[in-house]
Design a binder for this molecule. Structure first.
Ligand SMILES: *Cc1c(COP(=O)(O)O)cnc(C)c1O
Length: 401
């Protein structure tokens, strides 16, 4: 595995980022990797265009969900054959949670925290509603999760890095606590994969899920992934019993019989064009060490915090101050954060906003360096000093913030 090889960061040459943009939003949508356009064009023109339906075999389309899963596994400490890609993260959360509840049929509590991304909680609510078995979603303060893990908890379902504040859970310790009380552990790695070192095998968690369009740069709509601990992948019951999770999809049997592998977490036809983009995006990681990425991300974010606190006193740090307690993003609270972010974006500094008052900045050392951070804060300082945010044109709320 190449993950311990030395890295020279950043690797801006690997991405197509407009020269007038400082991109601090790779935690939400990664930029375009240079090889992706050509790979997608090749897929469309040669594989789809020339091979037509033969592409499922000849071009390996049908194997892509597992092949890409194995590549992602190298970045997050998962063995071969334990990850499959497909669908969206919301769907993968549902699958993991449904399978977890089946593993603990007498327990009724799903434990999560108020820092979780809403869709994870919504999917749990929807699952509870359709199961009608008296399950309850208990949402507690992120800092007190451990106090609420007891023998009634079927599954602990958490996102490792809080999408709003960047606060990072201690994956190892919480997983051990969940297991000590007999609960199943599900980790959402949406803001971890490609951002911080993760060792899924060492964590011993039963399930993990994540998306590939954030730090993995797979592009808008890139498929999600799901990890199932290898000892369980032949045993869990798939809630979404689609034909491509069947043991023999092309036998077209009347009854569902799950594949005896991680492939049972597949549902239907995979997004082949999007997987071609993801395949190209994952090549970027071949000679990059996630340890080096983490180190560089901490140094960039520490620099950012110091500069913002020195030059923009109107903003209050909304992320943990200790870098080891954060993922790879930094958030600042500001009453007029939405307008200030619009003013920043208009000046080429792209971050994003999360209600009610959070200005969020992602640190992605693959394509950001210290000069970028300094330039971004310089622009932020101008906006703050001259109250440039105080302009009606920055008040209009877009559909996506
Ligand atoms: C980004 C994110 C999602 C998005 O889910 P999709 O179904 O891919 O839209 C879900 N959960 C978490 C924790 C996220 O950060």
């Amino acid at each position: 595995m190449p993950i311990n090889s030395p890295t020279n960061l950043p690797r801006k040459d690997l991405f197509e980022i407009p020269s007038d943009i400082l991109y601090l939003d790779g935690n939400s949508l990664g930029p375009l990797p240079k090889g992706a356009s050509a790979r997608v064009a090749n897929m469309i023109q040669n594989e789809w265009g020339k091979s037509l339906i033969k592409g499922w075999n000849d071009a390996g389309w049908m194997n892509q969900p597992s092949a890409l899963g194995d590549i992602i596994g190298q970045l997050i400490g998962a063995p071969k054959g334990s990850i499959v890609v497909g669908d969206t993260l919301s769907i993968k959360v549902y699958q993991a949670l449904a399978a977890a509840l089946e593993l603990r049929p007498t327990r009724k509590i799903i434990l999560s925290d108020s820092g979780n991304f809403p869709t994870d909680l919504y999917m749990a609510q929807g699952l509870i509603h359709s199961l009608k078995q008296g399950h309850e979603l208990r949402v507690v303060d992120p800092l007190c999760v451990h106090d609420h893990i007891d023998e009634n908890v079927a599954a602990v379902m958490l996102t490792e890095v809080d999408y709003r504040s960047g606060r990072k859970h201690d994956m190892q310790t919480i997983t051990e606590m969940a297991h000590a009380k007999g609960a199943v552990m599900i980790w959402d790695l949406a803001h971890s994969a490609g951002a911080i070192p993760v060792d899924l095998a060492a964590s011993n968690c039963e399930f993990a899920v994540g998306c590939t369009y954030k730090y993995l740069n797979g592009g808008p709509g890139a498929p999600a992934f799901i990890y199932v601990r290898p000892d369980l992948s032949g045993a869990i019951k798939p809630a979404l019993s689609g034909w491509l999770g069947h043991d023999a999809p092309f036998a077209f049997e009347q009854g569902y019989r799950p594949a005896n592998s991680i492939e049972r977490m597949r549902v239907g036809t995979p997004p082949v064009i999007q997987m071609a983009a993801l395949e190209a995006a994952l090549i970027v990681w071949e000679d990059v060490s996630i340890i080096d990425i983490r180190e560089a991300s901490i140094s960039l974010s520490e620099r950012f915090i110091a500069l913002v606190e020195a030059h923009c006193p109107q903003l209050t740090l909304a992320s943990p101050r200790k870098p080891e307690e954060r993922g790879s993003q930094v958030s600042f609270a500001f009453e007029h954060g939405y307008a200030a972010m619009q003013a920043l974006i208009e000046r080429g500094v792209i971050g994003d906003f999360r209600a009610p008052n959070i200005m969020r900045f992602g640190f992605t050392p693959l394509y950001l360096d210290e000069a970028d951070i300094e330039a971004a804060v310089e622009i932020l300082k101008t906006i703050m000093d001259s109250k440039l945010w105080d302009n009606p044109k920055y008040q209009k709320t877009n559909r996506v913030t």
